[in-house]
Design a protein around this ligand. Structure first.
Ligand code: PLP
Length: 440
């Protein structure tokens, strides 16, 4: 018999907080982390507003919104109340054969705000799964249209769409782990990262390159998947809207579906509710996640139009062949409804404009530094691109010492603050970022 009494101090949280890091090192695996080489780790006790409260008493201004998600900050009374109210009813029920108000309301709201004419929402548990679902939709659509040979996706170099296998197959082929998993990853088609920046016209060369990719692969292409305007985790690159208009036209003329992965960009972050609105280009399939619940729980959605949905359901299977256990989790949906209500009832557009100006002003001094290649800001996203990759083990504690939470990757030091951050917190955050970069 196992002696479970030995675990009781851990389960009841009575062990001293100082041992949390060593307990973590003994038992836990972190994202993209080794279990043999310990990376810097900080223990967070609670979070409120824009602050992360560390166990040692330090309070950090959060510059990451927990990877784009916590747009309203932490411990928000309205989101807490929505969670508590829903907990009193049911935290989860299966979604096969059952429905509930939080899910229906959420899908109605998403359809009301989504770009273009969207009619059907498929809820799932994470961004990666929303991308898997989008890819499945595209493949079932083409097969049911009598085009089973159209089984490949086109994606952009520098893109990031998640860590599951189909999602990984459309991530950047160099930085996206393709060589590690090449035996099992579906081979896809890649266009170069758009060179023209946001606000510029696309270059004739890159549009012609797209044309020729479509010419070559038209009979095998099911869909094109892109992060519209802003490539996130693959490079924090802001690119030309004209590129997307051209892509839309090519998809239309070749019978190819266009998937917009707005998992990072949606819900105001880019300066509009969706990057699609800024580009004035409508996708056939739209993926959202991350900020959908204001960062409270994992929830994502894949959204499409009635004509696409009907073709998907018209084939041999007679349905979209996907169904996660925690699909449309009522607790997550109730919080998502509260989060969207909070966002849509706020003056989000001018608030994001305020954050954009603050990031521009605050990060501008970094542009003068010899180690900095570029400083760019779009919406509530600020990026400093360095010439050389940062040393994470060194730089992460330096941010913490300066009282901010920023987590760079590669050559990119970037921030996407919670929308509730005030001007003085934002300028303190930017000053800490610039100081830290200055010291690299
Ligand atoms: N797509 C984009 C654009 C993302 O930025 C991410 C996550 O960073 C994903 C997909 C994957 O989402 P998740 O981490 O929720 O699976």
């Amino acid at each position: 018999m196992r002696d479970y009494a030995a675990f009781r101090p851990i389960m009841t949280g009575t062990t001293p907080p100082a041992s949390l890091i060593s307990r973590d090192r003994a038992a836990v695996w972190h994202p993209y982390a080794s279990v043999t080489e310990a990376a810097p780790l900080f223990s967070v006790d609670s979070a409120d507003g824009v602050y992360l409260n560390l166990s040692d008493g330090r309070r950090l201004i959060d510059g990451m919104s927990s990877w784009w998600a916590a747009i309203h900050g932490y411990n928000h009374p309205l989101l807490n109340a929505a969670a508590q109210a829903q907990l009193g009813k049911m935290s989860h029920v299966m979604f096969g054969g059952l429905t509930h108000e939080p899910a229906v309301q959420l899908c109605e709201t998403l359809l009301a705000i989504a770009p273009g004419q969207m009619d059907k929402v498929f809820l799932s548990d994470s961004g990666s799964v929303a991308v898997e679902v989008a890819i499945k939709m595209a493949l079932q659509f083409q097969a049911n249209n009598g085009q089973p040979g159209r089984s490949k996706l086109m994606a952009l170099r520098g893109g990031y769409h998640g860590d599951t296998f189909a999602a990984m197959s459309v991530c950047d082929p160099v930085t996206g782990m393709h060589h590690l998993f090449k035996q099992v990853l579906a081979p896809q088609i890649f266009a170069d990262r758009p060179a023209a920046r946001f606000g510029e016209a696309a270059t004739a060369g890159e549009l012609a390159a797209l044309d020729s990719l479509f010419e070559t692969h038209q009979h095998e292409l099911a869909a094109v998947i892109v992060e519209p305007l802003i490539q996130g985790a693959g490079g924090m690159w802001f690119y030309s809207a004209a590129y997307l208009s051209h892509l839309r036209a090519l998809c239309d003329s070749h019978g190819v579906l266009l998937i917009f992965d707005e998992i990072a960009t949606a819900f105001g972050r880019c300066g509009d509710l969706f990057a699609a609105n800024i580009a004035a280009v409508t996708p056939d399939i739209l993926c959202v996640g991350k900020a959908l619940t204001g960062g409270y729980l994992s929830l994502a959605a894949t959204i499409t139009s009635k004509p696409v949905a009907e073709v998907i359901c018209g084939g041999e299977a007679g349905a979209l062949m996907h169904g996660p256990t925690f699909m449309a989790n009522p607790l997550a949906c109730a919080i998502a409804n509260a989060s969207l209500e909070l966002l849509l009832n706020s003056d989000w557009r001018s608030n994001i404009g305020r954050l954009e100006r603050g990031l521009r002003a605050g990060l501008a001094p970094a542009a003068q530094l010899p180690q900095v290649a570029d400083v760019r800001v779009m919406g509530a996203i600020g990026v400093i691109e360095l010439h050389e990759p940062v040393n994470m083990a060194e730089i992460q504690p330096q941010f913490v010492e300066r009282g901010v939470w920023v987590r760079p990757f590669g050559k990119l030091v970037y921030s996407m603050p919670p929308y509730i951050m005030n001007d003085s917190e934002l300028s303190a955050l930017c000053a800490a970022i610039v100081d830290t970069v200055t010291g690299t």
